[in-house]
Design a protein around this ligand. Structure first.
Ligand code: SAM
Length: 206
């Protein structure tokens, strides 16, 4: 069926051949499209699940700055109970994508407004926090992550404008309370990987 004007679909094939169909908008803010880091993280989750079956089943996941919701939706196809979060403007797009992919979900997925730096009291600390291309607000991580939370943060290295400084500052602040370990690229998905896209596994310092 033809899409409405201004809507275009990003398909992402899972290892079992099932297709995630993610609607994107041709106009709107940065969250209306799927970023490469989101694809890399989604496929990494799938690879981890293949390597360690049952890793995500029944586990609680919060995704920050979800945009279209693709990463959280992938986690919910792996059995996780996911809350995808973003600004108010992105809620309809995330809800549409959850609904359109609901047949593939073996866990659950709901959308919520979460603005970084604001209260996250109505969200309990999850087992996992996922972030793709969102390295701005380390205090939301401090509010949300317990000592048992595993944070998976995927980002594309950017060398232009203020980006290197934003990256440097984020990691400097993050390292006060958290330990970060880079996931080696040979552990990323064999096809969906790139030298300038990094995945970090982050946890609170003990
Ligand atoms: C570069 S996009 C990445 C979107 C998605 N994670 C992906 O990789 O496809 C950054 C996302 O952060 C969200 N964002 C920006 N500022 C935010 C804020 N103050 N609070 C919550 N989300 C925010 C945007 O709406 C957008 O969806």
């Amino acid at each position: 069926m033809a899409e409405a004007p201004g809507v275009f679909v990003r398909e992402l094939e899972r290892g079992d051949g099932a297709l995630l169909e993610i609607r994107q908008l041709s106009s709107g803010d940065v969250g209306c499209v799927v970023w490469d880091a989101a694809i890399v993280l989604s496929k990494f989750l799938e690879r981890r699940e293949r390597a360690e079956s049952g890793l995500f089943a029944g586990r609680s996941v919060v995704e920050l700055g979800s945009g279209t919701g693709i990463v959280g939706i992938m986690a919910a196809t792996l059995g996780a109970n996911v809350t995808v979060t973003d600004l108010e403007d992105l809620q309809d797009l995330m809800k549409t994508n959850i609904e359109n992919n609901s047949a593939l979900l073996t866990g659950s997925c709901q959308a919520k407004v979460l603005k970084w730096g604001e209260d996250v009291v109505d969200l309990p600390s999850p087992d996992y926090i996922l972030m793709a291309d969102c390295i701005y607000y380390e205090e939301t991580l401090r509010d949300l992550a317990s000592s048992d939370t595993c944070i998976l943060c995927c980002y594309e290295e950017r060398t232009t404008g203020k980006n290197p400084e934003i990256e440097r500052k984020f990691f400097e602040l993050l390292r006060i309370d958290f330990e970060c370990e880079e996931v080696p690229i040979d552990k990323h998905d064999e096809e969906y990987r790139s030298e300038d896209i990094h995945i970090l596994q982050i946890c609170r310092k003990k």
